[in-house]
Design a protein around this ligand. Structure first.
Ligand code: PBG
Length: 325
């Protein structure tokens, strides 16, 4: 008997060719979705201070960023709108000339092949900043469903390829599916933000989208970070209601949730690498404390390994560049 090991895992780690042969997880640019903020009433791209490298875009300037996204090989964008006027019921969210409706038409005209996914939620459009209709200080579930369904239909009419409800009202997938079908959009997929936690990681997004709640917080509709069995119930309902893709959000502190959902459901699974996750990496990289490329690629690989099929990330343009041979 030898003192030395006969099984040696280092044998397949000797060089990059060998490592690539035995690699278990791959990341491709085709799995990335790039979020875009479109704002009314600005003339030039407006940098978002807490998210270095990310801008609010005027509709007129979308051509440049859409061109970059397409050139990078990124298949899809996720749109968020920042209207000039907000009101109690988020009227601009479902207005025919609303900021998002204009953005969708523009993008589909200039880059018809680029998939346009739209975030369906009222928080960017309401004066109180909550994701639904507020009465007596509480967010009304069923009244909100009516408006969210209208919003999804108006996105579909403008030419959206996929709608993505992120409001966390009960029954919204069914409400959207029903309304879309009734208006002739039975072929339009729903990407449901099924498992969306009430998270501090959305902080920079709320600056970017000007959508912070004006009173209280979102814990009466978004999930408690402590729960995972409840996450499976959320997914179960969305699947039963007709979701075509399901999502876990945020991503990094919730990799176990991604894994659990992956093991329990066969639907395409999306991970949202959210604003706070992006800003932390950017801030550390700008200070020279971490290697940005290495860290970002490790995060993306981790999300794929946990079970995500697709990743929504503000790093998408950089990743596309790094993935190029
Ligand atoms: C709601 C919405 C939010 C995000 C995506 N859709 C914010 C929230 O629920 O408060 C957050 C995305 C991110 O942080 O990158 N419209």
């Amino acid at each position: 008997m030898s003192l030395f090991p006969s099984v040696r895992l280092r044998r397949t780690r000797q060089n990059e060719k060998l490592r690539a042969l035995v690699r278990e997880t791959r990341l491709s640019v085709e799995q990335l979705i790039y979020p875009l903020f479109v704002a009314e009433g600005i003339k030039e791209p407006l940098p978002i201070e807490s998210m270095p490298g990310v801008n609010q875009w005027p509709v007129e300037a979308l051509d440049t960023v859409a061109e970059q996204v397409v050139q990078a090989g990124i298949p899809a964008v996720l749109l968020f709108g920042i209207p000039a006027h907000k009101d109690e019921v988020g009227s601009e969210a479902y207005a025919e000339q609303g900021i998002i409706q204009q953005a969708i038409r523009r993008l589909k005209a200039i880059q018809p092949e680029l998939l346009v996914i739209t975030d369906v939620c009222l928080c960017e459009y309401t004066s109180h900043g909550h994701c639904g209709v507020v009465k007596n200080g509480t967010v009304q579930n069923d009244e909100s469903l009516v408006l969210l369904a209208r919003m999804a239909v108006s996105h579909a009419e403008a030419g959206a390829d996929i709608v993505a409800p992120s409001d966390m009202m009960d029954g919204r997938v069914e409400a959207l599916r029903h309304a879309l079908d009734e208006h002739g959009f039975s072929g339009l997929p729903i990407m449901a933000y099924s498992v969306k936690y009430a998270s501090g990681f959305y902080g920079p997004f709320r600056e970017a989208a000007e959508s912070a709640p004006q009173f209280g917080d979102r814990r009466s509709y978004q999930m408690d970070p402590a729960n995972v069995r409840e996450a499976l119930r959320e997914v179960e309902l969305d699947v039963a209601e007709g979701a075509d893709m399901i999502m876990v959000k945020p991503a990094l502190a919730y990799m176990d949730v991604i894994r659990r959902v992956r093991e329990n459901y066969d639907l395409p699974l999306v991970a949202y690498n959210v604003s706070g996750e992006y800003s932390m990496v950017k801030a550390a990289a700008q200070n020279g404390w971490i290697d940005e490329k290495q860290i970002v690629m490790e995060i993306m690989t981790g999300l794929r390994r946990a079970g995500a099929d697709m990743i929504i990330t503000y790093h998408a343009l950089d990743i596309a560049r790094w993935l190029r041979p």
